[in-house]
Design a protein around this ligand. Structure first.
Ligand SMILES: [Cu+2]
Length: 147
């Protein structure tokens, strides 16, 4: 009896440690609410790389949207434009913020209208810089909020 409780505790502790050492930590995920007929929404998140290697985001997808791209807003001659990013590197031990005016997930052509208090689930793919073939996946739950 005691043995099985002890074993359960050890298993639980190990599980906790694993989540504490998430290689890519997700914080402050949200999607900016847009008018019901909007064809594009922007998703934001802070990603922290807890490894000692560069982690490179290569793509994102969601069942709720036809297409998801990584974009960066840049200002050229006073005009804000969005540029498609083929990849987004996150330096070892550092955080990259996807936030209004900068990087964002461009959520294109929703399958159905998305409004405040809904949740958007996207799956991002990334790999270690030195190992492009070992792709990993990470699910991000993004609550939809009014700006
Ligand atoms: Cu965009």
């Amino acid at each position: 009896m005691y043995k099985s409780i002890l074993l359960t505790l050890i298993v639980l502790l190990t599980a906790c440690q694993k989540t504490g050492q998430e290689s890519l930590l997700i914080e402050d995920a949200w999607v900016r609410e847009a008018p019901p007929n909007a064809s594009m929404l922007a998703g934001y998140v802070t990603l922290t790389n807890n490894t000692e290697e560069v982690l490179t985001l290569t793509s994102a997808a969601s069942k709720q949207f036809n297409h998801v791209e990584i974009h960066r807003t840049v200002v050229e001659n006073g005009v804000a434009k969005m540029r498609h990013q083929k990849e987004l590197p996150i330096p070892a031990g550092e955080s990259v913020k996807l936030e209004p005016g900068g990087y964002h997930f461009m959520l294109m052509h929703p399958e159905s209208a998305v409004k405040a208090d809904d949740e958007v689930l996207i799956t991002v793919r990334f790999h270690q810089a030195d190992d492009p073939n070992a792709t990993q996946e990470l699910d991000i739950v993004m609550p939809v909020k009014k700006p």
